[in-house]
Design a protein around this ligand. Structure first.
Ligand code: APR
Ligand code: PHB
Length: 389
């Protein structure tokens, strides 16, 4: 088989790229290790930047997002049990973020891809990428016991942090940067009315807490927990009791509780691999970088990579511009590092790392500065709504 582009991974990065390439008439195939049901069951963050919403619109997968997405004009930072609003639109010429689950984004992209009959192979095992440092790359995979080979012009590595694409690059060609945080997030999803209209990030003496939502009747809440903690240690009641203790009193009072639909613990890490292109292989999304979830940048950064990768693919295949591939890594990494900085900064500001009182006073002083200075508020707002592409 021959395709212009082989996309490894059917997460949001791979599906968004596949759809944009379909619309541009570029022949592509998506190879995914898991089943479609597995991919659609993963629960992740749910705050979309305007540029991500625009890309989903370009992909023609925005019908449900337009109907169900909730636009937030502010985000909130709570310290010392007091919540301070940071206006988003007022500092960014009217930009907002939209609350809409990543699981739903993936489902909508799957639906348009399936409706168009585009080539997606689920349960493709042993994916191997070959000769991407030459002019004739190819990818092999096994499906139902048979090995298949796809010759192509370009390979898009959209296969997440544990994928095969980044791991196929010789160690000497890649530099990685990593920070592991000494805590995790325990998350709970429930069919309860969200306690706040917009997202709240709270730094408390008991640790970080986050209030978010999926709809006006479904809440998503998190608390900072020990990195080695186990979800079995947390009954729903134990979660609600601890969560309530980390909220400002008026919110604690108003909190509606109910049975969990999902409960899980995730570790936090920052990770970047440089460069993001190796010959005919380009990496996007979690395959190239990971952000801690504070700020909800994971999906948004994957979407901006795809925006740049799409330009590079069209430049290379349609305009025969070899420099377009080089430009990909430079353009994507510029935004990746700035977004890594913001996610790291917001994580540091809002979490308790140790009991060092000096560090806590520094965080309080920083919060006081960013919330009272126009420049500070603008820094938070313009990063939260997403930096320009
Ligand atoms: N072969 C084929 N598919 C693979 C392989 C492989 N060897 N390894 C991984 N995959 C698939 C995974 O099963 C997954 O469905 O690649 C997909 C990668 O999807 P994500 O991990 O969702 O990564 P990405 O699409 O870059 O999305 C980035 O979404 O996952 C969140 O936290 C992430 O928010 C970030 C954003
Ligand atoms: C979420 O809704 O799951 C969410 C929101 C904001 C974050 C992280 C996660 O910063």
């Amino acid at each position: 088989m021959r395709k212009q582009v082989v996309i490894v991974g059917a997460g949001p990065s791979g599906l968004l790229l596949g759809r944009l390439l379909d619309l541009a008439g570029i022949d592509n195939i998506v190879l995914e290790r898991q089943t479609q049901d597995y991919v659609l069951a993963r629960i992740r963050a749910g705050i979309l930047e305007q540029t991500t919403v625009d890309l989903i619109h370009r992909a023609g997968a925005d019908t449900r997002l337009n109907a169900e997405g909730i636009r937030h004009h502010a985000m909130h930072l709570a310290f010392d049990y007091k919540s301070i609003a940071i206006g988003l639109s007022e500092h960014t010429n009217g930009k907002v973020v939209t609350a809409y689950g990543q699981t739903e984004v993936t489902r909508d992209l799957c639906d348009v891809r399936d409706a168009e009959g585009s080539a997606t192979v689920y349960e493709a095992s042993n994916v191997e990428i070959n000769d991407f440092d030459g002019d004739s790359p190819y990818v092999t995979y096994v499906k139902d016991g048979t090995t298949h080979r796809v010759d192509c012009d370009l390979i898009a590595g959209c296969d997440g942090y544990h994928g095969v694409c980044r791991q196929s690059v010789p160690l000497s060609a890649i530099t990685t940067y990593e920070k592991i945080y000494p805590f995790g997030w325990l998350g709970l999803l429930s069919d309860t009315k969200p306690v706040a209209k917009e997202v709240v990030y709270a730094n408390t003496a008991r640790g970080f807490a986050l209030c978010s939502m999926r709809s006006m009747t479904r809440s998503r809440y998190y608390i900072q927990c020990d990195v080695d903690d186990k979800v079995e240690n947390w009954s729903d009641d134990a979660f609600w009791d601890e969560f309530r203790l980390r909220l400002p009193p008026e919110m604690a009072e108003a909190l509606e509780t109910g049975p969990s639909i999902e409960k899980s613990i995730a570790p936090l890490r920052s990770f970047v691999a440089e460069p993001m292109r190796f010959g005919r292989l380009m990496l996007a999304g979690d395959a190239a970088h990971v952000v801690p979830p504070t700020g909800a940048k994971g999906l948004n950064l994957a979407a901006s990579d795809i925006h740049y990768m799409y330009d590079a693919i069209l430049g290379f295949l349609e305009d025969h511009d070899a420099a377009a591939l080089d430009e990909y890594s430079r353009r994507a990494l510029d935004r990746v590092w700035k977004t890594e900085r913001f996610s790291w900064w917001l994580t540091n500001l809002t979490h308790r790392f140790n009991d060092d009182p000096f560090e806590q006073r520094m965080k309080e002083a920083e919060l006081a500065y960013v919330t009272t200075s126009d420049a500070g508020r603008q820094m938070v707002a313009e990063n939260y709504v997403g930096l320009p592409l």
